[in-house]
Design a protein around this ligand. Structure first.
Ligand code: PMP
Length: 353
């Protein structure tokens, strides 16, 4: 770091993304991407004509993409925001709502929340999950702070009930409650219907997981139109062309083929259940998951050890060093073949120890 950096950033611990190694081809079960390519409709629409038009800036309003999202999710265009990945929406929300009021989130959740809180020097209340890694919604009543909840949560995969989310939203009317629904399409329940009932709800979604577009960087959000206007203001004050031309086209095309994505999500849920069964047979403890990943530990092998041994065999999973979860690993659900390879590799490892 140089001597010129703003002192606040000296101690900032930046977000460390999951590995994206380029040295060889791994079975990648470490960053919750989809194992399936985007729909053929997307591949057809992002064509050479679209590439030629890259000479022009993208539509800063992302008008057509927002209209199509509004249609697909049965809301008004004014209730929709789009962004360069959903991380950008989280960033904007922290900028807009956490600096004065502070923020609350759980001890085991998406690691970026803590980074944003540090980045903006925000007063932070970290609320431990219960022993079984579920949220006690009563911990979030009348907090008088911005609240961020991933639902389903990451890296646990556990969902919070909709009526409990509603209690949290209702009891914090002076604060924005962000529900991060990155993984909702794999069996979770969305809070989308509540955006017209509560003006303090922001729902954050992404194309990175269920819509197979992690590399395109496209996030979207739903909320009351004043909340969306806040996010637009921050967008126009930081990066007006935040969603590039090819990504806007891909995002629109994706919505024309919902059946393809629904089938993929179903396949992933089926593969999840069969993988859980196999892992349990091998002695693993597996948390219940509504996401495209599972959080697992085994009594005979440490989390880091299993991660390293699988990496040696060409399979990447995600290990976290945080004390409370260091015995666990998070495994993204891939294709049936990938999950067969995983189980085989784990059997070999368990036999060797
Ligand atoms: N929220 C959660 C809970 C996540 O796990 C992720 C993926 N790392 C994101 C948001 C961000 O996803 P993206 O920026 O790719 O939309």
């Amino acid at each position: 770091m140089s001597k010129f950096i703003t002192p606040l950033y000296n101690s900032l611990k930046e977000y460390v993304p999951g590995e994206q190694p380029q040295d060889k081809k791994y079975i990648k079960l470490n960053t919750n991407e989809s194992p399936f390519p985007p729909s053929p409709v997307v591949i057809e629409c992002v064509n050479s004509e679209a590439v030629k038009n890259l000479k022009l800036y993208s539509d800063p309003e992302s008008k057509v993409l927002k209209e199509e999202l509004a249609k697909a999710y049965d809301v008004l265009k004014e209730n929709v925001f789009v962004s360069n990945g959903s991380d950008e929406i989280l960033n904007f929300a922290f900028m807009a709502y956490a600096r004065e009021q502070g923020v609350a989130f759980s001890d085991i959740t998406y690691g970026f929340y803590k980074v944003f809180a540090e980045l903006y020097n925000v007063q932070t209340k970290i609320i431990p999950l219960k022993e079984d890694f579920t949220i006690d919604y009563k911990d979030y009543i009348n907090l008088n702070k911005m609240i961020v909840i991933a639902n389903p949560n990451a890296p646990t995969g556990i969902s919070l009930k909709l009526n409990e989310i509603e209690e949290i939203i209702k009891s914090n009317p002076q604060n924005v409650v962000v529900i991060d629904e990155a993984y909702v399409d794999f069996g979770g329940t969305s809070a989308l219907n509540l955006i017209n009932k509560y003006d303090n709800l922001l729902i954050v979604r992404t194309y990175s997981k269920s819509r197979s577009m992690a590399g395109a960087r496209l996030g979207y959000a739903f909320g009351n139109k004043e909340i969306i206007a806040d996010l637009e203001k921050i967008k126009y004050s930081t990066n007006p062309y935040n969603v590039n031309r090819l990504t806007q086209i891909a995002g629109i095309a994706s919505l024309m083929d919902n059946e393809y994505y629904e089938n993929n999500c179903n396949d992933i849920m089926i593969n999840r259940e069969s993988t859980v069964k196999e892992l349990k047979k091998l002695g693993f403890f597996v948390l219940p998951s509504d996401a495209n990943f599972i959080f697992v530990k085994h009594p005979d092998i440490q989390g880091e050890d299993l991660y390293l041994k699988l990496k040696d065999k060409g399979i990447l999973i995600r290990h976290f060093t945080q004390e409370r979860i260091k015995d666990f690993n998070r495994i993204t659900i891939g294709t049936l073949e990938e999950m067969h390879s995983l189980i085989l590799a784990i059997k070999e490892i368990l036999e060797e120890i």
